[in-house]
Every structure is written in C-alpha cells, then in structure tokens.
Design a protein. Sequence first.
Length: 156
Amino acid sequence: MKTQFGILIILIISQFGFGCGSKDNSAGDSSSGGGIIKTVPVKDLGIGPISKVELGDAIDESMAAKGKELFDLKCTSCHKTDKRFVGPSLAGVTERREPEWIMNMILNPEQMVAENETAKQLMMEYTAPMANQNLTEEEARSVLEYFRTLPADQNQ
C-alpha cells in the first residue's frame, strides 16, 4: 500500500512539474529540440462592415489629403495626432491596429465599444465613447490613408 501511495505522489508531483514553465509558445526554434509550438497572433479586425482592406505600398497622397480634411473637420475635437487628448493619439495607429479595425472603429463605434475587447479597453482608459461621425466607407478609407502618413510616436 505504501508503494502504491508513493507512486501516486510521484505521479502527481511530476504532472504538476510538467504543467509549470513558460507559457510563451510564440518563440521560434527550440535549441533543446522540444518542438515548441508556433502560434500566429489573431488579427483583431474589429466588428463592422469592413473585413478586408487592401493597402498599397505607396501612400495615395490625394486620398490622404482628403482624409486629413475629414479628420480636421470631424475628429480633432477628441483626437490629436501627436498627443493624448479626449481620445488616444493617432500617431502610429496604423502600427498598433489592423486597417480593418481602424475603419470599423470609424464606421461602427457603438458596436465596437460594446463588443470588441480592444475597443472596450480603450473605452475604460479614455471613458468617452467615440462619436459616430457617419462617414462613408470611402471617407473612412481616406482617413485611414491619412493615418498612414503619421509617424509613430512613442511618447503618447
């Protein structure tokens, strides 16, 4: 009976020991040959009408200019491009968020804040919901193109 109890204790301890360790499965190779599983981060595309956005390598200057006009007209009461304001700074937003997420946030802010985890976190941090400016998809795409011209700013 003592032997069976001892084996049971060893099995429990070994199972506990194997369960502990690094939870980072996104690392590349394992020099120990342990076969680390590679995971691909899930892209957060947001919730709304936009499921795919094609961005060219070059910025469309005329589209970006139209986007800047729209941004200046409809967004600057809450957003600045170089600092935190009522809402987050938008410098470098295209590096932090997927283009689909950005457009869905512009076009569908109510549902995004209600159902998207990233938007919910932003709402908790900034406490003011994003206002729906009733832009068309074309206008939202122009604003996104303008955002692509903004340099990343690490001091937000």
